[in-house]
Design a protein around this ligand. Structure first.
Ligand SMILES: *[C@@H]1O[C@H](CO)[C@@H](O)[C@H](O)[C@H]1NC(C)=O
Ligand SMILES: *[C@@H]1O[C@H](CO)[C@@H](O)[C@H](O)[C@H]1NC(C)=O
Ligand SMILES: *[C@@H]1O[C@H](CO)[C@@H](O)[C@H](O)[C@H]1NC(C)=O
Ligand SMILES: *[C@@H]1O[C@H](CO)[C@@H](O)[C@H](O)[C@H]1NC(C)=O
Ligand SMILES: *[C@@H]1O[C@H](CO)[C@@H](O)[C@H](O)[C@H]1NC(C)=O
Ligand SMILES: *[C@@H]1O[C@H](CO)[C@@H](O)[C@H](O)[C@H]1NC(C)=O
Length: 609
């Protein structure tokens, strides 16, 4: 299961950056749990059932501790996923730590992470180890927004030579580590013409793929570009870690021989190190010049690598989806078909084939895809990459085995969701939308929120599909993307989906005393609290009522959903949108919706069925 994540919203990250304690220089690290705090943070969301949550948290922590202490592991994961507040946790020690130091570092991390109290996700990163837990699985995550470099504040004397040595070492680690079993390497290098040695380590989470490790270290490397000639530096991220120092922080006999993993890419650097050791002569100058040139050319390439999406080959995606066969088809629409695919590495993906031919659409494709691939939120479906070279434009998304919400409301799995799950879906959808509207760096209006665009992960947490593709639509099906009017279109459609989730069917009633007649008859009457259901229905009605200006923003909806008090909001007025069939048709003329909603509906049918 892929669960993109971001429990840590941007705001948190800003704070985290402030909280980062710049590493103090280590005097002697040979026998040291290395609990120099680099980064920590708590999710802004609390668990709901605290007794469940804390017993899950305690169980996963003791599982992790026993794996690293008695099974001698440097990396472990553990989870308690079957209850209402699941916990997925991961610990990683740097390989050069002894078992005792690893356990001490873990213990320190646990007591540090307990400061987050009931937060449903948190992380602590020390020099020596990393501890993180989340309410959904994150084991496949590499680089995450908020990745950051942490430079020391002491500088070395031979700045240029030191810089060259550090760059060479880090480049080698970046190339070699993803190819090394266990994703860890420690290495060192003499600084040309001096008595200084640079020590460096790199590490990826063992559960990520080689290419994810590579991408993560590329970002880490870029984050440390500005550190030399400072004597030490680190880069921290979700799935990887990189560190260098002019002071030994691991024993000589812990060094990894990375030469076999450098291939063509690192050979110039190998020469450099040998050159440095052999020293002297005019040849040296030449070698240094080559290295500098090599570094510069890599740097400029880096900028592109960082921001763009992963590019898949059309051929690979075609074979992953059995040549876009009917049996692999998950859904179809006017502008796109979606197929299930299995990559060579076994990962299952969803491939959306866009039937867009205009050159304008192709030109917009790249910028849209770049934008969407930077959206990371646990309630938004993750765009893994794209293919833009083949006969059709393809988008690659994480695959959700449970399919879309409409199957659970109307389809063959009707009635399978209990009230708690329904509430979680409502709440998660609201959070995902609030993120798109207000927390991502540009405001993205979805415009087509509906039950077939809300996918469910293995834990029935919602993930909104098909956001951010607006500019790819043909010209006549667009409308202004910015401005509060449009944002409220999503609020409106969200309200409609909430009513669907509660009623499971067409809307019959909305008068106060009829609230509970809206409740899906397939839901067990013992499992929901009348007051809570009533509150949610009222929120849905406020979202769907006219005029637009009265509709709450999605972040206001999130607050309403979690507030304990019964609604002290304006009483919902009678929706104007219910026609004689008792079916909601879409927006009236007060907004921009109705003419587009059908068009976008077919465009965005992510997982129909
Ligand atoms: C360097 O950082 C350490 C630890 O954060 C701090 O105590 C020290 O004052 C800093 N030194 C300088 C010169 O800024
Ligand atoms: C989460 O819980 C802590 C204490 O348990 C509380 O201080 C904090 O306000 C809560 N946060 C939210 C968003 O409810
Ligand atoms: C928490 O969950 C447990 C079992 O999963 C249940 O027995 C208990 O009633 C729940 N508590 C609350 C406050 O919902
Ligand atoms: C979890 O562990 C903490 C610290 O050891 C303890 O205070 C707490 O009571 C435990 N909670 C549960 C539910 O086991
Ligand atoms: C957090 O935990 C650490 C380690 O146990 C402790 O020293 C520190 O005082 C705590 N900080 C806060 C703000 O609770
Ligand atoms: C590495 O060297 C240290 C002493 O510096 C020694 O205690 C340790 O056993 C050695 N480890 C290995 C794996 O050889």
């Amino acid at each position: 299961m892929k669960t993109p994540f971001m429990l840590w919203c941007r705001r948190w990250w800003l704070m985290a950056v402030v909280v980062v304690v710049v590493a103090s220089i280590l005097e002697s690290a040979m026998s040291d749990p290395e609990i120099n705090l680099l980064n920590k943070g708590c999710s802004q969301y609390n668990a709901t059932n605290l007794s469940d949550f804390f017993s899950n948290l305690n169980a996963t922590f003791s599982d992790l501790r026993s794996q690293i202490s008695s099974q001698n592991k440097k990396f472990a994961t553990a989870q308690q996923a079957r209850t209402s507040d699941p916990v997925h946790a991961m610990v990683q020690c740097r390989d050069y730590l002894s078992v005792a130091d690893c356990v001490s570092c873990f213990d320190a991390a646990v007591s540090q992470i307990r400061n987050c109290s009931a937060a449903n996700g948190a992380r602590v990163i020390y020099d020596g180890c990393f501890l993180r837990y989340e309410s959904s699985s994150f084991y496949d995550q590499g680089t995450l927004p908020g990745n950051v470099g942490v430079c020391g504040n002491r500088t070395v004397s031979q700045a240029t030579a030191f810089d060259t040595a550090v760059q060479g070492l880090l480049t080698d680690l970046k190339i070699a580590t993803p190819k090394i079993n266990g994703f860890f390497a420690a290495t060192k290098s003499e600084v040309v013409g001096g008595s200084t040695t640079v020590y460096a380590v790199s590490q990826c989470a063992e559960t990520i793929s080689e290419s994810t490790c590579q991408d993560c270290l590329t970002v880490a490397y870029a984050n440390m570009q500005s550190c030399p000639p400072n004597a030490d530096g680190r880069a921290v991220d979700g799935g990887c870690f990189l560190r260098y120092s002019d002071t030994a922080f691991f024993a000589d006999n812990q060094t990894t021989n990375i030469n076999p993993f450098l291939g063509g890419g690192g050979s110039s650097k190998k020469n450099a190190i040998i050159g440095g050791v052999v020293g002297g002569g005019g040849g040296l100058l030449l070698i240094v010049a080559i290295i500098l040139w090599y570094q510069l050319s890599r740097k400029s390439k880096l900028v592109q690598e960082l921001q763009g999406p992963v590019i898949y080959s059309y051929k690979d995606l075609k074979s992953a989806t059995k040549k876009f066969s009917e049996e692999n088809k998950l859904g179809e629409g006017g502008f796109s078909d979606v197929y299930k695919g299995t990559l060579k590495n076994g990962n299952i993906i969803a491939v959306k084939k866009l039937a867009l031919s205009s050159s304008r659409a192709k030109a917009d494709f790249e910028s849209e895809v770049k934008l969407i691939s930077n959206v990371h939120h646990r309630n938004l479906i993750r765009l893994l990459g794209c293919s833009n070279k083949g006969p059709e434009l393809l988008l690659v998304y994480e695959y959700m085995a449970n399919g879309s919400l409409d199957r659970f409301l109307y389809g063959e799995r009707r009635g399978a969701l209990n009230w708690k799950q329904r509430f979680d879906i409502i709440f998660g959808t609201a959070r995902g939308l609030a993120y798109l509207h207000e927390q991502f760096h540009v405001c993205i209006i979805h415009r087509d929120i509906k039950s077939s665009n809300i996918l469910l992960d293995d834990d029935f947490q919602p993930k909104i599909a098909d956001f951010g593709l607006a500019r790819l639509l043909p010209e006549d099906q667009k409308y202004a993307i910015h401005g509060q009017l449009c944002e409220k279109v999503d609020t409106y459609n969200f309200g409609v989906v909430v009513l669907e989730i509660i009623s499971g069917e067409a809307w019959k009633l909305y008068e106060d005393d009829m609230h509970l007649r809206l409740v899906d008859e397939s839901m067990d009457t013992n499992e929901y609290r009348e007051e809570e259901v009533k509150k949610v229905i009222e929120i849905a009605l406020i979202c769907t009522q006219s005029p637009v200006s009265v509709r709450p923003t999605m972040s206001e909806v999130v607050v309403m959903l979690v507030s304990e008090r019964s609604m002290e909001l304006t009483r919902p007025t009678r929706p104007t949108l219910i026609d004689n069939d008792k079916k909601i048709r879409g927006e009236t003329t007060t907004s921009t919706g109705s003419s587009t909603s059908n068009a976008t509906a077919s465009f965005t049918n992510f997982t129909g069925r």
